[in-house]
Design a binder for this molecule. Structure first.
Ligand code: PEP
Ligand code: MG
Length: 747
């Protein structure tokens, strides 16, 4: 079998490019392309299968198979040899296709006559687009060289597909990016917004995958890589040495930038006719495909680094994507694969919403989005591939739905919904200074959850009685080194000042293997939610917690101080944490500092175990705050981050409400103050039921205070409790429909 020469490959790519430049409908182009490839590869058959939806491949053009089968033959990803190429995203070559594992006979194509088969994926940056196949009768074995050549061709086809070259006339080059698309994702933060897409990292569009002058392309590649090496070295020189994680990433960048293997592959791609940027992207696609199959988290991270480096190189080569603030559209909705907490904070409240392709409900970005009260959707699959800067986008954070380039009817309905919300907000403003008092005269204290200094201005406007939960993670998550005690003390003091004498319950650091600090060594735990987190870290490695406690004492400077410890699962953890605070108080007193006027020490009840703690625990705790987000996930054994199960069990399930009532009772026995600070407290029906079960303090997002107060002021809690009891007695699983029916009867 003669080796396939580089000049043959180049000739083939040039012919493909000429086809792209010619006028003509998409189908004609595809037909011509299959003809050219078969001719150049010396095979009887060349076929292009394109993905019609995420699981279906369709034969879209062929040279050599039955023409009637075009647009008729369809197979699922994973089915037959072609489907296997798509599912594995790797080439398959065989000289005896019928005997190969997974072979599926498709009679309409007439392919039984061809025994040798070579299929390669058509992919762009890990995004499956289709499969390119050549077949012949002679039972030949395809050489490594031929496989490689066909992969280069597939790369060019991927770029052509991306440019819309096959969807119809020339006008339709960007048709793919004009359709409206709906994405269903996970809810990171509720709320709704309309705006324009602002891509955090705009995609680089390659308009010239094929180049005529390999020498010039090699020169461009070397120049760009050299610039990249210099910039990575500079970044390394400037990186704070203490920031081990950051340095490690940069060292990985440097390793890749100097990697001979990486360079050699790109040089070879260029010598076969690809442009420098197409060569970079081809290797990036390969790295992404590998990323999806590597189980080792560390290696996956490194492949991520290579991906980032390739992005930088692509931007160097094309000059695209170096966005400036001037390009931020009005009402920006940030769309990104993922985003770090510090970057998100930089954008701050200028954003209307955030939509991420990856991310998770408990990610750092989600914590920031929650603190900024910006709607956030996570796991919006493929959105970065579909969205273009400036596209209209509607984000429904309550339903977890995103409409990109929506139809007019959808946009109108969405705006109606937003208008209704705005009208409701106005109604809530009118009761801002009125108490949250039910018709039977029960007062419910409504406080807000916060995590940033920037949240505090919303305290007076929301009508909150104070801050029921101040999450202190953000100051730790958004920087590359541990914050200094002085900085924290100054910040906490400003928070207390901004609260204007109202109570602020500071929760000590709640981090762990699911929320890893940039400067903390990541430990790979099999089940992070049940792992080494929150108070467990605080007690095992008390340095940071003690520093935080000192900062809080100093911040109070004579004012009352409220501290609560997260994730207490048993009495002894509370006494140990409390002892730390007592020791710090003694120490500060010995240093002659002013102590807080009053100290309240509470525990967060986030695991069912604590509800059954000895009576002495309830006597010792000044207050208990139910962390419903965690408590619910452990009560039902349903991961709060897993979309499949997180909404499977209703908060108003009778078992859960009964459990809450038991906690209320235990706190009443010892006269211990009790509040609820999980997200459910901010949902009006849930809040009403919690109040009916005996809770007298609820802490929620500032925006939820109006709706919750408005409902509470309209109901009689004794009646609500009777409705709940009746539903429970009748064997209902959830009291929701009974309560809703009762509310309807009220209005
Ligand atoms: C909770 O678990 O309900 C809670 C308030 O804490 P977080 O959401 O920060 O885990
Ligand atoms: Mg929690």
């Amino acid at each position: 079998m003669p080796e396939r020469t580089e000049s043959e490959s180049r000739k083939l790519l040039r012919r493909l490019q000429a086809t792209l430049a010619e006028a003509g409908a998409g189908q004609e182009r595809l037909d011509r392309i299959t003809h050219i490839i078969a001719d150049s590869m010396g095979t009887e058959v060349c076929s292009i299968y394109l993905l019609r939806d995420p699981i279906t491949l369709e034969l879209c053009a062929t040279e050599g198979l039955a023409p009637e089968s075009v647009h008729v033959t369809r197979l699922r990803v994973g089915e037959g040899l072609v489907g296997r190429v798509a599912s594995r995203m790797r080439p398959i070559a065989t000289d005896n296709a019928p005997a190969a594992p997974g072979f599926r006979y498709m009679p309409e194509t007439g392919e039984e006559a061809f025994s040798s088969f070579l299929g390669v994926p058509i992919q762009r940056l890990g995004d499956k687009l289709g499969v390119l196949v050549v077949q012949s009768k002679d039972g030949r074995s395809y050489s490594e060289d031929e496989i490689y050549a066909l992969e280069v061709v597939a790369m060019v086809l991927a770029e052509m597909t991306e440019l819309g070259a096959f969807v119809g006339d020339n006008e339709a080059m960007s048709a793919r990016h004009q359709r409206s698309v709906v994405f269903h994702g996970g809810i990171g933060q509720e709320g709704a917004a309309e705006g324009n897409v602002y891509l955090h990292e705009p995609r680089v569009v390659i308009t010239n995958p094929v180049a005529d002058d390999p020498q010039e392309e090699l020169r461009r590649l070397h120049e760009a890589v050299e610039k990249l090496r210099v910039s990575v070295d500079e970044m390394l020189d400037n990186a704070p040495k203490a920031d081990a994680e950051h340095v490690e990433v940069l060292q990985a960048y440097r390793m890749f930038a100097n990697s001979r293997g990486w360079m050699r592959r790109m040089e070879e791609d260029i010598s076969r006719g690809l442009s420098a940027e197409a060569a970079v992207e081809k290797e990036q696609s390969a790295a992404r495909a590998r990323m999806q199959t590597v189980p080792d988290a560390y290696l996956r991270e490194r492949l991520h680094d290579l991906d980032d480096l390739s992005n930088r190189l692509l931007r160097q080569l094309t000059g695209q994507g170096n966005h400036s603030a001037a390009q931020i559209p009005d009402n920006p909705v940030l769309v990104a694969r993922n985003i770090g907490p510090a970057e998100l904070l930089d954008y701050g409240r200028s954003l209307k919403a955030v939509v991420l392709e990856e991310g998770s409900v408990a990610s750092h970005a989600a914590i920031v989005a929650r603190a900024l009260a910006i709607p956030l959707i996570v796991h919006a699959e493929r959105i970065t591939q579909e969205a273009l800067n400036g596209d209209t986008i509607l984000v429904d954070g309550d339903e977890g739905v995103v409409h990109l380039r929506p139809e007019d009817t959808v946009a109108t309905a969405f705006r109606d919904k937003m208008a209704m919300r705005a009208a409701a907000q106005e109604r809530y403003a009118s009761i801002r200074d009125k108490p949250a008092e039910t018709l039977d005269g029960t007062h419910i204290s409504l406080t807000m959850n916060a995590g940033l200094m920037a949240d505090l201005p919303s305290l007076p406007s929301s009508g909150a009685d104070g801050v029921g939960l101040f999450r202190t993670e953000l100051q730790f998550l958004t920087r590359s080194t541990v914050p200094k005690r002085g900085e924290l003390a100054a910040l906490y003091a400003r928070v207390m000042e901004a609260a204007g004498g109202k109570r602020v319950a500071f929760r000590t650091l709640d981090i762990g293997s699911d929320k890893v600090l940039p400067y903390m060594k990541a430990t790979d735990e099999p089940n992070p939610a049940l792992g080494w987190r929150a108070i467990r870290v605080g007690l095992d490695k008390p340095g940071v917690m003690r520093m935080q406690l000192q900062a809080l004492i100093r911040a109070a400077n004579g004012r009352p101080l409220t501290v609560m410890f997260p994730f207490i699962a048993q009495f002894e953890e509370f006494t140990a944490a409390r002892d730390h605070l007592m020791r710090e108080l003694d120490r500060e007193a010995a240093l002659g500092r002013v102590l807080p006027g009053k100290v309240e020490i509470g525990a967060m009840l986030e695991t069912p175990s604590l509800a059954f703690a000895p009576r002495q625990f309830f006597e010792m705790a000044d207050f208990i705050s139910i962390g419903g987000n965690d408590l619910k996930q452990f009560f039902f054994a349903a991961d709060r981050e897993n979309e499949r199960v997180r909404r499977r069990y209703d908060t108003l399930n009778v078992s859960y409400l009964t459990f809450l009532a038991q906690i209320v009772e235990r706190c009443q026995e010892t006269d211990t103050a009790l509040s609820f600070c999980g997200e459910d407290a901010g949902r009006p029906i849930e809040a009403l039921c919690f109040a009916a079960m005996g809770l007298r303090a609820l802490s929620m997002r500032p925006a939820s205070i109006g709706p919750v107060k408005s409902l509470l002021r309209r109901v009689d809690l004794r009646e609500a409790r009777a409705v709940i009891n009746e539903a429970e007695a009748s064997g209902e699983q959830s009291v929701r429909s009974a309560v809703m029916d009762w509310l309807k009867r009220q209005s």
